[in-house]
Design a protein around this ligand. Structure first.
Ligand code: PYC
Length: 341
């Protein structure tokens, strides 16, 4: 019998779950967090499945494994584990993990007021504000983000022809703005957005080979952003992000907000330093900004976006994975055949 124990801090960022593994994670090999991510996927994907999927997790679970810093300038490293796989970057999980690490005393920042985190997509710096022993907000500056393709035409069964922009903010997002065949996310149920979001991912991947211009290991679309009119008078827009097959992001999505900030800047709809208050399905909010302009090695114009939000610890837990138990390594309902035809 093999029994593994994982100690976790549990919580959420603007409503989206974050389960941060603080002990029990495997030792990883590789010179960068991206190499380590690939190593983890090859050897240890069962840990992601066991901790994210049912019966220990659920369709909306999302998390990280906390590691010591990899580079000399970093305070710690993160590996992202999601129901959809191991993402290069996850914004809400970064805000959550920075908050949890500081509030749990797991990190002593080299520079008070900021932490530097090695992640598979590169390195991100997060500034934080404390109120007593609580972290009030975290604002991380993301990896270079950019608009890659404009007005890509696809056809989605329930809607017809759509034009989408494909932008990168640590993950690739087809962004569906309000248009003739799409009246806004507020006119659809979350389940409809999930189903149509899966189809958008498929259609975009059929239409284009979406590849990061500087890093061909980052390729393909696994997300979709539906946009709409904000409910709060002081928010600028609303967004519902679908990640993989299962996730309907409860937060406005950190990498999605970064992608939208880059898209809006490239389209002349947002200025450097201006706030973009992005509202989620459940009306929580991230503030996105263009911190500075940059250029990719391949020559494409990009920006460094920042995303600001709040996270909360809701508990601590130990999860056991005992190989002799049924479903020890988790299950996803969609992997089973349809029960009724
Ligand atoms: O916040 O970047 C994010 C994210 C990715 C998938 C779900 N949330």
């Amino acid at each position: 019998m093999t029994k593994h124990t994982f100690s976790c801090v549990e919580g959420h960022t603007e409503g989206m779950p974050v389960r941060m593994v603080v002990s029990g994670g495997p030792e990883l090999q590789g010179a960068t967090m991206n190499h380590r991510r690939l190593y983890f996927v090859e050897k240890y994907d069962w840990i992601r499945r066991a901790l994210m999927l049912e019966p220990r997790g659920h369709g909306q679970m999302s998390g990280t494994i906390f590691y010591p810093p990899l580079s000399a300038s970093a305070d710690f490293s993160l590996l992202f584990i999601e129901t959809s796989g191991c993402l290069p970057m996850c914004g809400h999980a970064t805000i959550g993990s920075v908050t949890f690490a500081l509030e749990s005393g797991l990190v002593k920042p080299k520079t008070p007021g900021q932490v530097v985190v090695d992640v598979p997509a590169g390195q991100v710096t997060a500034k934080y504000v404390m109120n007593g022993d609580k972290v009030e907000s975290v604002r991380f500056t993301n990896v270079p983000s950019f608009l890659l393709h404009k007005d890509v035409e696809i056809e989605v069964s329930q809607l017809g022809k759509l034009k989408v922009d494909i932008a990168y903010g640590g993950n690739f997002y087809p962004i569906v703005e309000v248009q003739e065949n799409f009246s806004g996310c507020e006119h659809f149920t979350p389940e409809q957005l999930l189903e149509m979001g899966r189809e958008v991912q498929q259609r975009v991947n059929q239409a284009l080979d979406v590849i990061h211009p500087d890093n061909p290991q980052i390729r393909g679309v696994k997300h979709c952003m539906w946009t709409g009119r904000a409910v709060a008078g002081d928010s600028h827009a609303r967004a519902v992000v679908i990640a993989g097959n299962l996730i309907i992001d409860r937060s406005p999505c950190g990498t999605g907000t970064s992608a939208r900030v880059a898209q809006r800047f490239a389209r002349g709809l947002l200025c450097e330093g201006e706030e973009f208050r992005h509202e989620s399905l459940i009306l929580s909010r991230f503030i996105g900004r263009v911190e500075s302009k940059t250029r990719l090695e391949s020559g494409l114009d990009a920006v460094y976006p920042s995303v600001e939000g709040r996270a909360y610890i809701t508990g601590r837990g130990e999860h056991y994975v005992d190989d002799t138990q049924p479903y020890a390594q988790g299950f996803d309902l969609s992997e089973f055949a349809k029960l009724s035809v």
